[in-house]
Design a protein around this ligand. Structure first.
Ligand code: C5P
Length: 250
């Protein structure tokens, strides 16, 4: 009975997500060539940024040790390795990454890989995020890769599968955030890259949105790399995004 009472008292996850401070909703991607460059950026950003993403480039340059140091220093850490391999390999790789103490790890939204990663993360605090369709892809890119579905339908299919398999969160473009939120309901954590504050360079991203519109569409957290780390003034760029997030939530 006590367990039931505490389960009832717990707010739904989406309610809890609304309580995330605006600053903690900005995840800065450390897409930099060396640990030294990443540490210099982290030092420069100081208290402005509370959450960092370490992707492939930095991981292959020694970034996992940096991830552990960031966790030890109280920062949120998102390991963006987009795992996808045979289930045995995905499960064992996820188990290794879970030891770092990071909060998030990405897995491509293939059912086999998602199930294997959930098995590897079992018993740890690691939360797995399913990558639906990369934000650099449009319908033509999917057709080139041999997919029959376009972006919208493939994202919806993979989002639904991720929920059924038990993934706690999704990476998706801000353009699909609103429809996926409607499809999956309030509990799934939605995290969106492809964020471009007004006036910044789009680069290779094809499905982009401003921070204000992404939050209004229902994103819980935003991943931003180049608009912060390649800015002339990264602190000002990050503060402007935090301010945009705060006013979008107000
Ligand atoms: O520089 P920019 O803000 O475009 O970087 C976006 C970051 O989010 C990159 O680190 C990229 O690898 C990552 N990402 C993405 N699209 C996904 C998943 C992750 O752009 N679907």
């Amino acid at each position: 009975m006590a367990a039931m009472a505490s389960a009832q008292a717990r707010p739904p996850m989406r309610e809890a997500a609304r309580e995330i401070a605006p600053r903690d909703r900005l995840i800065v991607g450390l897409d930099l060539p060396s640990v030294e460059a990443a540490e210099a950026m982290i030092k420069r950003l100081g208290e402005t940024v509370t959450f960092y993403k370490i992707g492939m480039e930095l991981t292959y340059a020694g970034g996992l040790a940096l991830a552990e140091r960031l966790v030890g220093g109280g920062k949120g850490v998102f390991i963006d390795l987009k795992l996808h391999d045979i289930p045995n390999t995905v499960e064992r790789a996820t188990r290794q990454i879970a030891r770092l103490g990071a909060r998030f790890l990405t897995i491509h939204a293939y059912p086999q890989s998602m199930k294997a990663a959930l098995a590897g993360a079992a018993g740890s605090g690691l939360e797995l995020l399913a990558v639906t369709v990369l934000t650099s892809c449009d319908d033509t890119d999917l057709a080139d890769a041999g997919y029959a579905l376009g972006v919208k339908d493939l994202v919806a299919r993979r989002a639904q599968q991720a929920k059924e398999i038990g993934m706690p969160g999704l990476i998706l473009s801000p353009e699909e955030t609103q429809s996926v939120r409607q499809l999956l309901g309030p509990e799934m954590q939605l995290i969106t890259p492809g964020i471009r504050p007004g006036g910044t360079d789009v680069g290779d991203q094809k499905r982009v949105m401003t921070p204000t519109l992404a939050i209004a569409a229902g994103a819980d957290r935003l991943v931003v790399a180049r608009p912060v780390i390649a800015a002339d003034d990264p602190v000002a760029a990050a503060e402007n995004i935090v301010a945009e997030i705060a006013s979008a939530l107000a």
